[in-house]
Design a protein around this ligand. Structure first.
Ligand code: ADP
Ligand code: MG
Length: 347
């Protein structure tokens, strides 16, 4: 985990808007060849020789994050990941981001600095340039809106709409951990509220907390697929939960899908935490959000190329649209997968 302790508090008013912008952007380095003008003019300039992919995500305090347990550095890092994940889901390579923030003056300059430390770390690790943004006051709370820009040859961009009957459905990594990480943070917050002297013991949950607080966009997956010479027929990233994303893919591609419960990839710590919280692990795998894994379809003939890969799980296959979207349980039952998560989530 990244440390986030900064005892100093300098009021933003001391710096003013322009002073604050200068302060946060002073050490920004550019590494992308396509960035011909970064921060400092009325607009940035990019020279892409390929198609340009653009995506934006906004994170609002109280809606998307709770600062009582999310360190600002993690928040900055995650805000970038959420956007880069969308670029990778187009099979594109992210190259630049812009960052817009609105915040109340209850935040000291050091807090903004922590936020940007996370943003800059993400830029460095993922090799993207911070090329601009906007800074404004808000009456309450913190809002971060990031736009990510990426590039890819037009013919290599992968849409949600390209899946066909019989294609295999594949997911990277494992499912449900980020949701459980959030449950643990919420529980610890309640425990702390009841007794501030209580030291949280979260060692056993480090994987789950990491998946919630410091997710990584799967930049390795498009690269891996390229090496395996597999071009996905459709792709989407997992932000809202597997079942919603499967439905998006199916709707956009005009197909149905069969998913197999026994194939859903679960980390052992997810299974253990589900037992502890008395949750059904299949429900969590289907409906828990924020995994930021990639979900994609490939042609049947690509099966030998991907079957043995430890980063990839084949979890289902496409069927004609009129057959619908179903989960096949371990006992062979067919359960329809509903929008807004699996129906048993509400039970
Ligand atoms: P303008 O008034 O022309 O929009 P600003 O004074 O808002 O310009 O911004 C000056 C420069 O600083 C621009 O290049 C802008 O993209 C950049 N910038 C402003 N706010 C941020 C921020 N929060 N993060 C990164 N860059 C920023
Ligand atoms: Mg501006």
């Amino acid at each position: 985990m990244i440390e986030d302790k900064n005892p100093q508090r300098t009021s933003i008013e001391n710096l003013g808007e322009f002073g604050l912008i200068d302060y946060i952007t002073q050490d920004v380095e550019l590494s992308q060849q396509s960035t011909s003008k970064g921060i400092g003019d009325d607009a940035a300039v990019i020279d892409h020789t390929t198609s340009t992919v653009i995506t934006t995500d906004m994170l609002v305090e109280g809606i998307h994050f709770d600062l009582s347990y999310v360190p600002l550095k993690h928040l900055g890092y995650k805000a970038v990941m959420v956007n880069l994940s969308d670029v990778y889901a187009m099979n594109a390579v992210p190259t630049q981001i812009t960052v817009s923030i609105a915040m109340s003056n209850r935040f000291p300059v050091e807090a903004v600095e922590e936020l940007y430390n996370g943003i800059k770390l993400a830029c460095k690790i993922y090799n993207v340039d911070l090329i601009g943004g906007d800074t404004t006051a808000s009456q309450s709370g913190l809002i971060i809106s990031i736009t990510a820009i990426g590039e890819q040859k037009a013919e290599d961009i992968v849409y949600r709409s390209g899946a066909a009957d019989n294609d295999l459905l594949v997911v990277s990594g494992d499912l449900g951990a980020a949701y459980l990480g959030l449950q643990i943070l919420e529980r610890e917050k309640a425990v702390y509220k009841a007794n501030p002297n209580n030291q949280p013991d979260v060692e056993a949950y480090s994987y789950l907390l990491e998946r919630q607080l410091k997710p990584e966009a799967r930049k390795d997956i498009p690269k891996l697929l390229q090496e395996l010479e597999v071009k996905p027929t459709s792709m989407i990233d997992l932000s809202d939960g597997l079942s919603s994303e499967v439905i998006h893919l199916c709707k956009n591609s005009n197909i149905g899908m069969k998913l197999y419960e026994e194939k859903l990839p679960l980390d052992p710590t997810v299974i253990a935490a589900c037992e502890e919280f008395n949750l059904d692990s299949t429900t969590i795998a289907l409906s828990g959000g924020e995994d930021y894994e990639l979900l994609f379809t490939v042609k049947q003939e690509d099966f030998p190329k991907i079957k043995a890969n430890p980063s990839l799980s084949i979890i289902g296959h496409a069927v004609p649209k009129n057959e619908g979207i179903h989960l096949i349980t371990r006992s062979g039952e067919q359960i329809p997968i509903k929008a807004m998560g699996w129906n048993s989530f509400q039970e």
